[in-house]
Design a protein around this ligand. Structure first.
Ligand code: OOG
Ligand code: NI
Length: 265
């Protein structure tokens, strides 16, 4: 486990921009050289004990992160939690897990076979959260997973790493609305996720979010190389609660659509 939260996020970021070539460009376009504050990052896993949400969360809890909210995505068969650090300038962390037992025996068998290949010690190692795939995977198996769960296929192909980083629009110089951010992105030829509309959420639910569609990168499968959706970039604007403090939670109806940023478009 890491002992330094900044080092952990630096390592997660370095891996993320390798998976997401557009992210460095988006970062450059929006920041104009200024520092960008991340609202949150997100990680994905399977609910199998060896690698479940709790195992990933332990890496953040050892750095002072606290369990701060539960979410359920019935149709996608996912559960999630978010974690906050006592220092509010540190990114929040959104971790989801796939309810593997709710899928077909075939999918369950494939996922168990992948997880069995992980060395148990790797799951507590410093680098686990940016260690990628720990198993062999052929393209037909990827496609079989994709037919049942886009999420299962994504985790199988990419393993353990940040699925996305999220720019905090509240801390972004020169922008006061999410529409301005979206306009800048579209003018820069970045493709936004339009599932449920380009802006997810509203001032009423205290959170507005948008995201790019995931980049496509070449992934080496056991048998072939294929170009498939990797990771995306998200943008979040938070509104104050009645007590004047910014809302720090997530909105399940919006998150449900953000997950679709890794769909094949
Ligand atoms: C997480 C989707 C949810 C948010 O900000 O609501 C999310 C994922 O795609 O893994 O990140
Ligand atoms: Ni997110």
């Amino acid at each position: 486990m890491h002992t330094d939260v900044n080092k952990l996020f630096k390592s997660l970021w370095n891996d993320y921009i390798e998976m997401t070539p557009s992210a460095a460009k988006v970062h450059q376009l929006l920041s104009k050289g200024e520092t960008i504050i991340n609202d949150h990052i997100a990680l994905r896993t399977f609910n199998i004990e060896k690698v479940n949400l709790t195992v990933l969360a332990a890496h953040f809890e050892s750095l002072g992160y606290v369990d701060s909210g539960d979410y359920n995505f019935e149709a996608k068969k996912l559960k999630a939690k978010h974690f906050e650090h006592p220092d509010p300038t540190q990114p929040k962390v959104f971790i989801s897990e796939l309810m593997v037992e709710e899928f077909s025996p075939q999918l369950q068998g494939i996922i168990k076979g992948l997880v069995e290949q992980i060395d148990i010690d790797a799951t507590t190692a410093d680098n686990f959260l940016y260690s990628g795939r720990h198993w062999d995977l052929d393209f037909t198996t990827y496609e079989a997973l994709l037919a049942e769960s886009e999420y299962a296929a994504w985790v199988a192909a990419f393993g353990y790493r940040a699925n996305h980083f999220t720019v905090s629009i509240n801390h972004l110089p020169g922008y006061s609305t999410i529409l301005d951010v979206n306009e800048t992105l579209k003018k820069g030829d970045f493709v936004l996720n339009s599932a449920g509309g380009e802006v997810k959420g509203s001032a009423e639910v205290l959170l507005e979010q948008s995201s790019t569609m995931a980049d496509k990168i070449e992934v080496s499968f056991k048998d072939v190389q294929k170009s498939i959706p990797s990771c995306f970039y998200e943008f979040a604007l938070r509104y104050p609660k009645a007590d004047g403090e910014l809302y720090t939670g997530f909105v399940a109806a919006s998150a449900d659509k953000i997950f679709e940023s890794t769909n094949v478009s």
